[in-house]
Design a protein around this ligand. Structure first.
Ligand code: PAF
Length: 312
């Protein structure tokens, strides 16, 4: 496994691999690697000859400098995870390596209108511009590849897909299923900041999604009714402050009033739990694995994953 700190070094390694006829995978991360990241790397390892992982806590996507300061940094552990999975290249750039003008923010940024502006975009202004900008820069460094992202960040995946398609990057975007704790909580690097009580309460997000899936299975097609179902479940946990719970169109991410085709919709939920903002999502149609309380790696959105993967 090679660790490189410069963009040039990373590009050269991956160019050489392609010149030798090898396919390249990129797994962009901000470190603090958990089982969700590992699942992206394992899939990339299975599907490509050379696997590159980037570890960069991107300052452009944090509105609040304190949030960025508090973001967990676990480089030694992260490198051990990459080595275990058989990653070939770990790209660990500094901020000036990614953004030569740093500490001045770059003059050139990437903004995906529309889908970036609602839900997480409304709650965290500028967040998706930061994500789109760094991912575009990483794609430029990595070159032709397959890039692996989690469906857990559903809106991020949609933004990245739109950016890669519209700007013509030679990158195939692969969306990978969410990895969950046994009680349903979606894995996130932020979960470590929850107190034991908050951690218990946090599973209400996946329970709210499950209740909405049950309602769809029972024939409910009203977006408002599904939102109300999710709100009612979240209201049972006073420690959880709901931001939004909606059914949206998977393409536009606009709220849907009636789920004509449940497969073309997605349930999104976001809440504040103690110091942490948590997000989760699910296909509205049931998925057996997502409901298996004994599974450590229960995945949801498998159908959606199949639909979304290999686009771009
Ligand atoms: O999902 C993340 O960890 C980040 O948003 C990403 C895609 C690595 C960009 O910084």
């Amino acid at each position: 496994m090679e660790t490189v700190e410069t963009a040039r070094g990373c590009t050269d390694l991956l160019d050489r691999a392609r010149a030798a006829g090898r396919s390249v995978a990129l797994v962009p991360t901000m470190g603090a690697l958990h089982e969700g990241h590992r699942s992206l790397m394992v899939r990339a390892r299975a599907e490509c000859d050379v696997v590159a992982v980037s570890i960069f806590v991107n300052p452009l996507q944090f509105g609040d400098p304190d949030d960025m300061e508090r973001y967990p940094r676990t480089l030694e552990h992260d490198l051990a995870v990459c080595a275990e999975v058989g990653v070939d290249v770990v790209f660990v750039p500094s901020a000036p390596e990614m953004y030569p003008s740093w500490p001045e923010p770059p003059a050139t940024t990437v903004s995906v209108r529309g889908i970036s502006e609602r839900w997480e975009g409304a709650a965290r202004p500028g967040h998706f511009d930061g994500v789109a900008t760094v991912v575009a820069a990483l794609f430029a460094i990595a070159g032709r590849c397959r890039a692996y992202f989690g469906l857990k960040d559903f809106q991020q995946l949609a933004v990245v897909r739109a950016m890669a398609t519209e700007l013509g990057f030679p990158v195939e975007i692969v969306g990978c299923p969410t990895v969950r704790e046994p009680d349903g909580l979606a894995l996130s690097s932020r979960n470590v900041r929850l107190s034991p009580g908050e951690r218990r309460a946090a599973s209400v997000l996946s329970r709210a999604l499950a209740a909405a899936r049950d309602a769809v299975a029972a024939g409910e097609r009203s977006g408002d009714a599904l939102a109300a179902t999710m709100r009612a479940v979240v209201a049972t946990e006073p420690a959880v402050r709901l931001d939004y719970a909606v059914a949206v169109d998977t393409g536009t991410l606009e709220e849907v009033r009636t789920l004509m085709d449940p497969a073309a919709a997605r349930l999104l939920i976001a809440a504040q739990v103690g110091p942490v903002r948590l997000i989760d999502n699910s296909a509205p149609v049931d998925d057996r694995a997502a409901r298996d309380p004994d599974s450590h790696t229960a995945h949801d959105g498998a159908d959606e994953a199949r639909r979304l993967e290999r686009t771009g």
